[in-house]
Design a protein around this ligand. Sequence first.
Ligand code: SAH
Length: 342
Amino acid sequence: MNLPELTEFVKELGEKPFRAKQLYQWMHEKLSPSLDDMTNLPKTFREKLKENASYTSLETVQMYESDIDGTRKYLFGLGDGNIIESVLMRYKHGNSVCISSQVGCRMGCRFCASTLDGLTRNLTAGEMLDQIYRIQLSTGERVSNVVVMGSGEPMDNYDNVVRFVRLLSDENGLNISQRNITVSTCGLVPGIKKLADEGLSITLALSLHAPNDEVRKTLMPIAYKYSLSEILPACKEYFEKTGRRLTFEYSLVQGVNDNLDEAKKLAELIKDMHGHVNLIPVNPIKERDYKQSGREAIEQFKGYLEKKGINVTIRREMGRDISGACGQLRKSYLKKEGEGES
Ligand code: SAH
């Protein structure tokens, strides 16, 4: 709940409105994991809250820290026993957290581990926030950037994601600048259009991964539903309404989308889009036969885009020693647990 909603709720419980502010501070500023910590709230009020509401606090099931770069991966347990994963990346410019927006995913991208078992459920705004709260509290270091690029498709959980963004950037909470929040989508057009009208100044990242629908369909089933001729105008509208430059994510898969001809088509496709391309050498998952493009192919691809005046970066691989990206850790944990039971 945001502060006005919480104030209403607290009043309905027969308490003074200022209690809402105190409660909000405990939750969103002090990042308290439990109602029992909130010592300046009367015990009777805390009991009432326990009876009438549920308090979201994720349990850290496992945490791995990379010896190479200090990246941390967290497996969190939700109240209903589901497991999600989040990642902390430490950069010179600050700490960035990558959160999950759903338990699993139903988008079916062929190279992605998060979608292999389909969608279990949406995360609430509180469950998204708490991934960041637990991480900040466990390191004692401020989180300055958040990317919604973990498991799940944010536009498939639209209302909760927008609520999450507003709470995360609330000046009475962690107060993370909206400019430091990125939401990544596989291209759900109605969601992109709606987000453009929310009055937010977050960065939108589009998972493009191919320069045309034909190749895109082989990697991303969602390409059958929305064509690039609908997605790109929606992205352009996002830029025009928000003034925020777009990011195009392009995972390079050997022999699928990484040749020079595809770089040419990509440059042509996005030349008027005011975007920046983030090339991601695909992380192979064992359930599929996709291979990372070679160093040379990656450099050639990048070089061509640069020659055409497009801003390009290659995503630096982080935390390689602590098990892959995009749902791989959760997947291997669930598998191990399952084997343990049988
Ligand atoms: N559902 C959102 C966010 C998910 S993941 C989306 O599709 O954008 C964030 C990015 O990682 C997406 O671009 C996704 O396509 C990419 N990704 C997923 N699995 C990957 C893998 N194994 N290797 C490289 N990139 C991957």
